[in-house]
Design a protein around this ligand. Structure first.
Ligand SMILES: NC(=O)c1ccc[n+]([C@@H]2O[C@H](COP(=O)([O-])OP(=O)(O)OC[C@H]3O[C@@H](n4cnc5c(N)ncnc54)[C@H](OP(=O)(O)O)[C@@H]3O)[C@@H](O)[C@H]2O)c1
Length: 320
């Protein structure tokens, strides 16, 4: 099969388009013919410095497509069914094998390209806001990197839950594109200090919850943006900076900082069902999946470079 592979970590240019052996179907797994690869923030980070399972390595967490093989012990999925899948690697390819547990059926008539982009960003955003962030209606949320895959999901889910939604991005144009999703107040962190802007917008109260997929200096700003009893769901390192932060503002305000990792619970019934619910809601038009651009799989290097140019809002897809 064709795949986008690399032999060493590095910039987008390490991605090559090559022939590699087809994946094998595990008795408890399925193989899908990939119709859309959703490039996740973690894919670009893994390409940059993640471990290579094999050489060449096929990177990628998330892809949707049609089941072409079902393992002998799998009873609830069948050949010909459309599913969206998540696994540790292997999405950037024409075929991918995953455990059956990591495949979610796509409702009939729902565009597979949209379904392909749901599980990780929407599931992560949901966990950051509700399971670990304990968001309640009437609270105020700050979504750092609002134009990211996790960000566009978090803005919509927070708004739907009755929150006032603030978000950051690196340009006014990116913030504008978030308004139809439910953004109440955008903060351009290139021109404005985030914590000061939050305090101004909240009349010096601060926000009840921050979703922070960026880390580093951004995480420091998240802590300084919190209200009394405010919480931070720390969920990523998109900023690629060291996590050397000062947590001294937490104690006096009964504030908290919680790490969130969807991968640790994605195999549980709770997370599996939560992701299926989000797919079904998107299929009914209750959530918007934002696809910025698509590239052929053969141009995976250009797609990764485009993401890293910070122009994408929401997801960039690869089509085999
Ligand atoms: N823990 C978990 O379970 C989990 C799950 C999903 C994702 N994540 C992590 O969450 C982070 C975001 O994932 P995603 O899929 O939402 O990412 P994404 O769609 O690729 O977006 C990343 C965004 O981060 C912002 N950013 C800030 N500093 C950056 C830098 N130095 N380089 C590149 N972008 C930078 C950019 O927006 P601006 O230009 O507007 O700042 C960019 O749009 C990643 O670190 C990912 O690994 C964790």
């Amino acid at each position: 099969m064709k795949a986008a592979v690399y032999y060493q970590n590095g910039g987008p240019e390490v991605l090559k388009y090559e022939d590699v052996p087809d994946p094998e179907c595990h008795p408890k797994g399925v193989v899908i013919r990939v119709e859309a690869v959703s490039i996740e923030g973690g894919d670009t980070l893994n390409r940059w410095h993640g471990a290579l399972a094999n050489k060449p390595h096929v990177v990628g967490y998330q892809a949707g497509g049609e089941i072409v093989q079902v393992g002998s012990e799998v009873t609830d999925l069948k050949v010909g069914q459309k599913v969206t899948t998540v696994f540790g690697a292997g999405s950037h390819a024409a075929l991918r094998a995953v455990p059956a547990r990591n495949a979610w059926p796509v409702p009939k008539g729902f565009n597979i390209k949209l379904a392909a982009a749901i599980p990780v960003p929407f599931g992560t955003a949901d966990d950051c806001l509700f399971e670990f962030g304990h968001l309640k209606s009437g609270e105020t949320v700050l979504v750092q990197a609002g134009a990211s895959g996790v960000g566009v999901a978090a803005i919509q889910l927070a708004k739907r839950a009755g929150a006032t939604v603030l978000a950051t991005a690196s340009s006014n144009e990116r913030l504008e594109r978030l308004k139809p999703l439910g953004l109440d107040h955008g903060i351009n962190y290139k021109t404005d200090d985030v914590a000061k802007s939050v305090m101004k917008l909240t009349h010096n109260r601060g926000v009840d919850l921050v979703v922070d997929p960026v880390g580093g200096a951004t995480l420091q700003g998240s802590l300084l943006s919190l209200a009394y009893r405010g919480r931070v769901s720390m969920v990523g390192a998109a900023g690629r900076e060291a996590m050397t932060i000062d947590v001294s503002s937490l104690m006096a305000g009964n504030r908290s900082l919680t790490g969130v990792f969807l991968g640790a619970e994605i195999g549980t019934d709770r997370a599996h069902n939560m992701i299926q619910r989000l797919i079904d809601e998107a299929a009914r038009g209750e959530l918007k999946v934002v696809i910025d651009r698509t590239f052929p799989l053969s141009e995976a290097a250009a797609a990764h470079a485009y993401i890293e140019s910070r122009q994408a809002v929401g997801r960039v897809l690869l089509i085999p």
